[in-house]
Design a protein around this ligand. Structure first.
Ligand SMILES: Cc1cc2nc3c(=O)[nH]c(=O)nc-3n(C[C@H](O)[C@H](O)[C@H](O)COP(=O)(O)O)c2cc1C
Length: 318
């Protein structure tokens, strides 16, 4: 890969102390603890690594201060990369007890609180929603609360009512919010097993150097390795991991490789475009935390031969 320009510190992070602390090696590449992101208390790369989906919730109430912190966070979110208006709400679904939550196809148990959002229909609405909602999910991780992206196994009706959904809006996904039970429910365990939720595709299937014929190795990614690793560790609908990224001297070009027939899973929203927004969120927040230069742009990516079923999303231009 041609050499990207030298590292530059963003004003946003000026004056913050830099701390790099490598954790012991495992089979996954370890994410260093780096300087703080202004959005979160903890370093964002660590939050990306710590977040997991939980589908069974304990009856321990969520503290009012945490709910207030989250509401404040949702009211002060930065604009989404493509500028889609999205509004969010913390919904008290009124459920009491450890049982199954109606409208979740038996998937979620015991949660009283849900996060939901409505995106104004527009060409990049799913990506923008993915970017913003993942910021909120990471803030929940930051506040030591548990969540689970829900886009398919969810009845949107009750959330549409809570949000007073307008005809020009869509609810792409929601999430329960609270504290996990000590043990995962059987449904949760089966759901995780069926999509191999704890594993991720290796680097060579996701990241490429100039063309899709040449895999990008971690060593070759240099200072961008942590941002790319954070893309790899992201959640995705049924853990399909559709993100494909090609790096060249202009920047990193993000593509979505569609899973065959996946669009038929839910007509309500395009799950794989939401996944792309999540990948953009992780990449951008970690790159900024690392003091790396760049911004999102729809650009001529110059990648000639695409993989099958692959669509261009956006580029991070240096
Ligand atoms: C856009 C999106 C939609 C999802 N929809 C559902 C869903 O409808 N039901 C569900 O049980 N999990 C859903 N998930 C959770 C994924 O299955 C989960 O993120 C993935 O298996 C990886 O596991 P992890 O989140 O624990 O890392 C969704 C995730 C994403 C990103």
């Amino acid at each position: 890969m041609a050499k990207p320009p030298a590292k530059k510190t963003f004003n946003l992070f000026a004056g913050q102390m830099r701390l790099t602390l490598f954790l012991p090696a495992t089979d996954e590449m370890e994410l260093p603890l780096t300087e703080k992101s202004p959005l979160f208390d903890a370093p964002v790369a660590g939050l990306v690594k710590a977040r997991r989906s939980f589908r069974s919730y304990s009856q321990e109430p969520v503290e009012q201060e945490k709910l207030d912190a989250l509401i404040g966070f949702m009211q002060n979110l930065p604009a989404a990369p493509f500028g889609t208006p999205v509004r969010f709400a913390l919904c008290d679904m009124g459920h009491k007890g450890p049982g199954r939550i109606p409208g979740t196809y038996g998937m979620i148990k015991g949660a009283r609180w849900f996060l939901a959002g409505a995106a104004q229909n527009s060409p990049m609405d799913m990506e923008d929603f993915g970017w913003l909602f993942e910021c909120i999910i990471l803030r929940c991780t930051d506040l030591m609360m548990d969540t689970c992206w829900m886009g398919a196994t969810i009845n949107r009706g009750p959330f549409a009512q809570k949000l007073n959904l307008r005809p020009d809006e869509t609810i792409p996904a929601v999430s329960p919010l609270g504290y996990r039970t000590t043990r995962r429910s059987l449904t949760d365990a089966v759901a995780r097993m069926s999509v191999r939720a704890a594993s991720r595709k290796p680097w060579h299937e996701l990241f490429f150097d100039e063309t899709f014929d040449a895999p990008l190795k971690e060593q070759g990614a240099g200072q961008w390795a942590i941002a790319l690793e954070s893309v790899r560790l992201g959640p995705s609908a049924t853990n399909r991991q559709p993100w494909r990224v090609v790096g060249n001297s202009n920047g990193f070009h993000f593509f979505c490789q569609r899973f065959p027939g996946y669009d038929k899973i839910t007509k309500s929203a395009d799950m794989q475009r939401i996944d792309m927004g999540i990948a953009m969120c992780h990449f951008e927040l970690v790159a900024r935390e690392e003091g790396l230069p760049g911004a999102w742009k729809k650009a001529s990516h110059g990648v000639e031969k695409l993989l099958p079923r692959t669509e261009y999303t956006v580029s991070w231009i240096f």
